[in-house]
Ligand binder design. Structure first.
Ligand SMILES: [Zn+2]
Length: 425
């Protein structure tokens, strides 16, 4: 089998910098990564790795920074064409922009066109895995998986279930949500690098019967992830209270139907009660931080302190989020941290966008880390991609000082190489 050897600076994590500090980071100024058959075979300092693989094809990337491909833990690919829509808060934003666009995804051709555009945009930003919501239409799931599969990507999605408080043409039923989700799961889950995710949009758009049906489906397929939204905006929380008067809190509207556990992913999770935090901690459910979205839609400031005791992923939340780039998302995460008294270290930001998100998606043993045996999803970051960044990075004395200007000011221009499953694209 052909071996390919990449030379450059190499940065990855052997642990979690939120819990272990900078000890968790592994950096080689002159590093090398050996790829064989889609997997990483060897990683380390170039002067030991290179002689150990004398027949490998060598690609020298100079002082570019080789990182694991970014992992975006919560997106809505069907909202690609309505990103950056002006002036609304959550419920009005869904009704004005999102729902009319999502009604179009029953058309397989349109769904394929947007899925293809979405993957092109995110790959150009260095994102090699996304966990997406689809729409209520099974066609939207098929289009996403087909486009991901043709690119060799590891990707996750599920049919977004809604049987109330959504317009005509965008509602399923409890039974059809169960049947369609089950059929899609049986077709796609575990095929190539694809995973099916059971996906009630959020409790305001699912009746108790639908939540019950999806809880039952999850109990039948406990190896699947379950994703939904939790406590994004205060108005939304009030609405949930009025729809579920007997529930203890927002989380309980999922918990009472079996939609809670270690493999649950809760997007946003900003305004949590002490009981909710205690339950999430006990079950070790994953939270997904969507900082550009939380600011763009005016939702609030996520407490990154949760990363000390819970799995936390990072996400663009396209198109409620205002950018496809995980660099821009790390910058927003830094800014939100500052407003809540946490100055996130560049190591923590990069970990959130790679291994942290992978761990939140229960893929921490497959992607998000540059180590032997991991899937070879790799990016090369240009740490001097614009004159403004280059002049600041030129003064850097450590790798962290060198990479932070790219985190704060970088975009798709900083991505100078992307490898998916070992192949350069
Ligand atoms: Zn979302």
């Amino acid at each position: 089998m052909t071996k390919n050897l990449l030379l450059g600076q190499v940065l990855s994590f052997s642990g979690d910098p939120f819990r272990q500090g900078l000890e968790a980071a592994v950096h080689h100024t002159h590093g090398a990564i050996v790829i064989e058959g889609g997997k990483i075979l060897d990683v380390g300092p170039a002067d030991t790795i290179r002689p150990a693989h004398p027949t490998a094809n060598v690609t020298d990337l100079g002082d570019k920074l080789l990182l694991p491909g970014f992992v975006d833990a919560h997106v809505h690919y069907p909202q690609t064409a309505i990103i950056a829509s002006w002036g609304k808060r959550l419920i009005e934003w869904l009704n004005t922009y999102t729902f009319p666009e999502e009604t179009r995804f029953g058309d397989p051709e349109y769904a394929s066109e947007i899925a293809s555009r979405y993957f092109d945009l995110t790959l150009s930003c260095g994102t090699t895995t996304v966990c997406s919501y689809a729409t209520i239409h099974p066609e939207s799931v098929t289009a996403f998986f087909e486009q991901a599969q043709s690119r060799g990507l590891r990707a996750l999605t599920g049919k977004t279930c809604m049987d109330r408080n959504a317009p005509d043409g965008l509602r399923d039923t409890a039974q059809s949500a169960y049947n369609d989700s089950k059929a899609l799961l049986n077709t796609w889950h575990g095929v190539d690098r694809l995973s099916y995710v059971i996906t009630p949009r959020f409790s305001p758009t699912s009746s108790p019967d639908q939540l019950q049906a999806l809880g039952a489906l999850w109990a039948e397929h406990p190896d699947c992830l379950m994703q939904t939204h939790l406590s994004e905006q205060l108005d939304e929380i009030e609405w949930v209270k009025s729809l579920f008067p007997a529930a203890k809190d927002y989380l309980d509207t999922y918990e009472q139907f079996g939609l809670m556990g270690e493999k649950a992913l809760f997007g946003h999770a900003i305004h949590l009660t002490p009981r909710e935090i205690a339950q999430l901690s006990e079950h070790q459910s994953s939270l997904v931080h969507c900082p550009t979205s939380n600011m763009f839609i005016g939702s609030g400031l996520f407490d990154i302190g949760h990363a000390q005791h819970l799995p936390v992923g990072l996400a663009t939340d396209t198109g409620g989020g205002s950018n496809f780039s995980m660099l821009r998302t790390m910058a927003a995460s830094y800014e939100v941290g500052q407003l809540r008294g946490h100055s996130l270290h560049p190591a923590q930001l990069l970990w959130l966008a790679t291994a942290g998100s992978a761990k939140a998606l229960h893929l921490g043993d497959k992607i998000g880390t540059l180590a032997p045996g991991y899937e070879a999803d790799i990016i090369a970051l240009d740490l001097a991609s614009t004159p403004a960044i280059a002049q600041r990075a030129a003064r850097a004395e450590t790798i962290w000082e060198q990479v932070f200007p790219t985190i704060m000011m970088g975009d798709d221009r900083a991505i100078s190489g992307v490898w998916v499953n070992g192949k350069a694209i």
